[in-house]
Design a protein around this ligand. Structure first.
Ligand code: NAD
Ligand code: MG
Length: 393
């Protein structure tokens, strides 16, 4: 094919999803051009990425010094590479609002990704969404804006990519339920009375998805990640929470399933490698060859499914509660979790305190409509404050 290359903006380029995405681009050089990259830290890696992919713009939101950024830009220029380096969070919004791109891959972690994602959606562009937190925060708002502008929200999260693929060519009116799979993380079989004592390092050792960033790895241990994904699915697929289910599948090979009213269940399977869902979002509606190893089903003696225990993973119940509540509940849930995870990573609270903190903050919140960004950001700020108070009490 002699299509003109797709112009990709990649925010969160130095992270786990970001580097997976660059590997996809590397593999399909003639299909894509990278027009912007962005990261908070790991500046050396960002510069290396600029050297390799020569995007016109590179954003660093939290550089060690402006001098270092200037020097990097000059050193690239000396080699004939014209990449303009921009500094600060506002640059994310400006570039999302003004740059020429066909698709933005939103791969920043947490609420920090929201302002830029909003701009992409307002412009009616295609947003490949890894940054689930922004959709959890603004589900009603972001989906409404997308309907208005014609923006497309394409899932990158492996479960949601799976559901999206299972739904291709199907009628949503015939869907009975969506079944999200969950690996169960490192504590699936830990005796319940030991959970109070599990350490940060144990929480950071995920059994099947080994290259993820720290925040989502902790979220996977508490299964806050699955709770966020329930809310994410609720908005992405416009489905009532009553028709969403979660099942534990420790091998992480079946990425999710859709059950139809005639009793058929369609599943999507694949190796646990994020390059697959990232690539599908980038190439949609086409499928191209993959740089990732392919699935060898005979390497799995069995694929198993287990019921989720509420006592072990109460986060998922909270996720359903939030999905039903709508409004500002998502923003509060997400913000309290971000603060609690940060505190856990710093050793300020224990593992069980993460979900406890979120539940307590949620319990104090009276849900409001979340129809404006201000309402969402107010709820986010309030929840962060409340969570910090609880942690430092
Ligand atoms: P990560 O920590 O490895 O990378 C995060 C990236 O975002 C880095 O490039 C970092 O510099 C950048 N970033 C963070 N804060 C920023 C800010 N304020 N301004 C600019 N850049 C900022 O995280 P990850 O594992 O790649 O996850 C990214 C997102 O994708 C998360 O929302 C996560 O939930 C989601 N996700 C990840 C996976 C996975 O397998 N890693 C799977 C599904 C969904
Ligand atoms: Mg996922």
């Amino acid at each position: 094919m002699n299509d003109t290359p797709k112009r990709v903006a990649l925010f969160g380029s130095t992270g786990s999803i970001g580097t997976s995405a660059l590997d996809v681009l590397r593999h399909h050089r003639d299909r894509f051009t990278l027009v912007a990259i962005a990261a908070r830290s790991r500046f050396e890696l960002l510069v290396e990425q600029a050297r390799e992919f020569r995007p016109p713009v590179a954003i660093i939101t939290n550089p060690s010094s402006e001098q270092a950024v200037l020097e990097a830009q000059e050193s690239l220029q000396a080699d004939g590479i014209v990449t303009e380096f921009m500094i600060g969070e506002q640059a994310l919004v400006d570039v999302a609002r003004e740059a020429g791109y066909d698709i933005m891959l939103g791969a920043i972690t947490g609420a920090a990704g929201l302002p830029a994602n909003m701009e992409v959606v307002k412009r009616g562009k295609r947003l490949a969404l890894a940054n689930k937190e922004s959709l959890v925060m603004t589900g009603p708002l972001l989906t409404r804006l997308a309907r208005k502008s014609g923006a497309e929200l394409l899932p990158v999260d492996s479960e949601h990519s799976a559901v999206w693929q299972c739904l291709r060519g199907e009628r949503t009116s015939e869907v009975k339920r969506i079944i999200l799979t969950a690996s169960g993380g490192p504590f699936r079989q830990t005796p319940l009375d030991r959970l109070a004592h599990v350490t940060r390092d144990e929480a950071l050792r995920h059994p099947t998805w080994t290259t993820m960033g720290k925040k989502i790895t902790v979220d996977s241990a508490t299964m806050m990640n699955k709770a966020l994904e329930v809310i994410e699915a609720r908005w992405l697929f416009d489905i009532e929470p009553e028709r969403l289910d979660v099942v534990i599948h420790p091998q992480s090979i079946v990425h999710s399933m859709v059950e139809f009213r005639d009793g058929s269940v369609i599943a999507q399977l694949g190796p646990n490698d994020m390059r697959l869902p990232v690539q599908f979002a980038l190439t949609y509606p086409e499928r191209l060859e993959t740089p990732a190893p392919t699935l060898e089903l005979n390497q799995f003696a069995s694929l198993t499914f287990e019921t989720l225990e509420d006592r072990r993973f109460p986060a998922v119940r909270l996720g359903f509660q939030v999905a039903r509540a709508g409004g500002t509940a998502g923003a509060v849930f997400n913000a309290a979790n971000e603060i609690a995870v940060e505190a856990f990573l710093k050793g300020e609270i224990g593992y069980l305190d993460i979900v406890r903190t979120v539940e307590a903050v949620l319990g104090q919140h009276s849900v409001q409509g979340a129809d404006t960004l201000d309402a969402v950001l107010d709820a986010d700020r309030w929840a962060r404050e409340q969570a910090r108070k609880k942690i430092h009490r």
